[in-house]
Write a protein that binds this ligand. Structure first.
Ligand code: ADP
Length: 460
């Protein structure tokens, strides 16, 4: 902008000035020529000469005594100053009937711009009209403008510099602080506060970072909790195993009865360890998205009875009764292994938490909308509504005693989290309804597989 201003206002000023002056005197003679027939033409000449600071003269070739001239003060006279025969000749010979001259007036030490035209035909000129004006030297003006321009340019530069520093600070300072906060994240400092800025985008960036650091902090806490839980879970059975193994070595080795008892503890604890490790591995694989579902159309009714039959041993050993009531020929599309894991976890939980009657009811039935519903119902204590939403979280256990969110001794707290991940990956609706003192129902719903008549069903 400054450069443009410099070019137009300072460098090209003389040229602009001359063009402007040329236009002005051209318009002047054109105006006089247009008003030639008017009675007031003399008054017009006087007025134009005065107003536009020009010298105008009109000369009649046939009658030189009628010639008229007006100067800058607007006073007319018959005294003619400049009309030279050579100019008139050039004018008549010119094609356009208008001609410019630029010459130097040595007496006034000034350049003069002269324009001439005539009224009538070129072979019968009625009158010549000439107008001239001094081209005032613009050198002084240019130098004034130049110094003014320098002042303006410097002020503008200083102003823009100050303004840009101000805005840069307003924009970059918060960004620098956000960046600093972001750099601290890898060092485990998640306490970045929201940095306010007048710029929405920066505020949003800061909010996003704060939200992200909160999430990272949360998952970091979870990771620490997970490590603590896992180490605790691993250590407890390991301590037991070691203790009982030592007992067998030192005390019960020769006593078959005691040895059997102690060995059973070791085997049970080993099972717990192995199922804990399996759960952790399953969940981490599922949640890292490594596992892809191997979807097939399967006879759910049949697979269900297979899974439930695994619980038969509980009936003989501990008196638990898992009652299955499943409609036949229910086909759904799912990953068999993972679906069996879901069923197993839900039934296992129900067995663990069911009430005195030691009964768990498992149902599979078709419902409206081309779906099938799977339900596991127990008669246990149920889950209080305030804990219900959290049971699907990793490591969540409803404590019987304190009724607060804390870990219990048994169970990994991962079962329902695995169930949730698998069902969500299958895009099946799922949930848990529970009444305190009456028991809980864990359920999920899957779309039924329908196969047209005669089509060969490919199932596993
Ligand atoms: P866990 O291995 O401890 O059973 P889960 O993820 O399977 O872990 O379950 C989380 C928590 O949800 C359990 O600790 C328990 O408090 C509660 N829960 C799960 N199933 C039932 C149920 N059928 N009845 C009552 N509480 C249940």
């Amino acid at each position: 902008m400054l450069l443009l201003l410099y070019i137009f206002q300072v460098l090209l000023l003389p040229q602009f000035y001359e063009i402007m002056k040329t236009n002005e005197i051209y318009q002047t003679v054109a105006l006089i020529k247009n008003n030639w027939q008017s009675d007031d033409v003399v008054a017009l000449v006087d007025e134009l000469a005065m107003r536009r600071k020009m010298y105008i003269e009109i000369s009649f070739p046939d009658n030189p005594y009628l010639s008229y001239s007006a100067n800058e003060s607007g006073s007319g006279t018959t005294f003619i100053q400049i009309t030279k025969e050579s100019y008139k000749k050039e004018l008549i010979e010119s094609e356009t009937g208008v001609k410019y001259w630029r010459y130097r007036d040595e007496r006034e030490r000034n350049n003069v711009l002269l324009i001439g035209t005539y009224v009538g035909a070129s072979n019968n000129v009625e009158a010549f009209i000439f107008a001239s004006t001094y081209l005032q030297p613009v050198g002084t003006t240019v130098s004034i403008l130049q110094s003014q321009f320098t002042i303006v340019a410097l002020s503008v530069l200083v102003f823009t510099f100050v303004v840009s520093i101000f805005f840069a600070n307003r924009i970059s300072n918060p960004i620098i602080r956000i960046n600093k906060a972001a750099k601290q994240l890898p060092q485990g400092k998640f306490d970045s506060r929201i940095i306010k800025s007048d710029f929405t985008e920066i505020s949003q960036l800061s909010e996003t970072l704060t939200a992200a650091s909160k999430e990272i902090a949360k998952s970091d806490d979870l990771r620490k909790e997970l490590m603590a839980n896992i180490s605790h879970d691993l250590r407890t059975p390991l301590t037991m195993i070691k203790a009982y193994a030592e007992m067998i070595r030192d005390l019960s080795g020769d006593n078959p009865e005691k040895r059997e008892k102690h060995l059973k503890v070791i085997i049970d604890e080993t099972d717990r360890l192995s199922s804990l490790v399996t759960d952790i591995l399953d969940l981490s694989k599922l949640q890292s998205g490594v596992i892809e579902l191997n979807l097939v159309s399967l006879n759910f009714s049949q697979h269900l009875s297979n899974v439930i039959s695994r619980f038969a041993i509980l009936k003989d050993n501990e008196g638990y009764n898992v009652v299955l009531d499943a409609e036949d020929g229910v086909y759904i599309t799912a990953d068999i292994t993972k679906l069996e894991q879901v069923v197993y976890n839900l039934v296992n939980n129900a067995v663990t938490y069911t009430g005195e009657d030691k009964t768990v009811n498992v149902k599979l039935f078709r419902i409206a909308g081309g779906k099938v519903r799977f339900e596991v119902r127990d008669s246990g204590d149920g889950i209080a509504p305030e804990f219900l939403p959290y049971i699907w979280d990793r490591y969540y256990k409803v404590s019987e005693r304190s009724k607060t969110h804390q870990r219990a001794k048994m169970g990994s707290g991962l079962g329902l989290s695995i169930v949730k991940t698998i069902l969500e990956t299958h895009k099946f609706a799922y949930g848990a309804d529970s009444t305190v003192g009456k028991g809980s129902v864990f359920w999920f719903e899957a779309p039924l597989d329908t196969v047209a008549d005669g089509e060969q069903r490919k199932t596993l």
